[in-house]
Design a protein around this ligand. Structure first.
Ligand code: FE
Ligand code: FE
Length: 171
């Protein structure tokens, strides 16, 4: 356990947490894409995989600017969120219900990231790391936009999920 002496130390810890969180998500998104039935949801997961790779790169750029090694710190929260998403992937469910459950898991992930990036951006601003704050804000905006896309998509899919005949349930 490292000792946190000041806000700068805490900022670095937050970055390491986000770095591990993003790397875990990067591995999970292709599975979520594969499990999705709706073409629009598959596209969304694929788009977000590309964005997530950029989020990892932005964090690496910030570590470099701070002359710190890019290393993660075990992010248990994202581990739990990914585990829940994987549970939904495995569940037997009618296709629109499956998609609704994947969206539910994905929105939890996005909200977690929004919280983490909001905090890190505010720390960066306070510490005077304006370039880092700018990069963190860019990622924050993309997480927010992804969350809104998920909401928009779920509105149509949830209506479908209300009325699924039993015989459509996958084996
Ligand atoms: Fe991200
Ligand atoms: Fe995200």
């Amino acid at each position: 356990m490292s000792k946190l002496e000041n806000l700068n130390d805490l900022f670095l810890e937050e970055l390491r947490d986000l770095y591990h969180a993003e790397n875990q998500l990067l591995k999970a998104l292709p599975e979520m894409e594969e499990a999705a039935h709706s073409a629009d949801l598959k596209i969304l997961f694929n788009d977000h995989r590309h964005q997530t790779a950029t989020h990892v790169q932005r964090l690496e750029a910030i570590f470099e600017s701070l002359e710190q090694p890019a290393k993660g710190k075990n992010c248990k929260a994202m581990k739990g969120l990914v585990a829940e998403a994987k549970q939904h992937i495995k569940e037997k469910a009618a296709s629109p219900v499956k998609d609704a459950s994947l969206i539910a898991a994905a929105q939890r992930v996005e909200h977690y990231e929004i919280a983490g990036y909001g905090t890190a951006r505010t720390f960066a601003t306070t510490l005077g790391y304006m370039d880092a704050a700018d990069l963190l804000q860019q990622t924050l905006n993309e997480e927010g936009a992804t969350n809104e896309r998920l909401t928009a998509l779920s509105q149509g899919l949830n209506v479908e999920a209300m009325v699924v005949p039993d015989f459509h349930i996958e084996k």
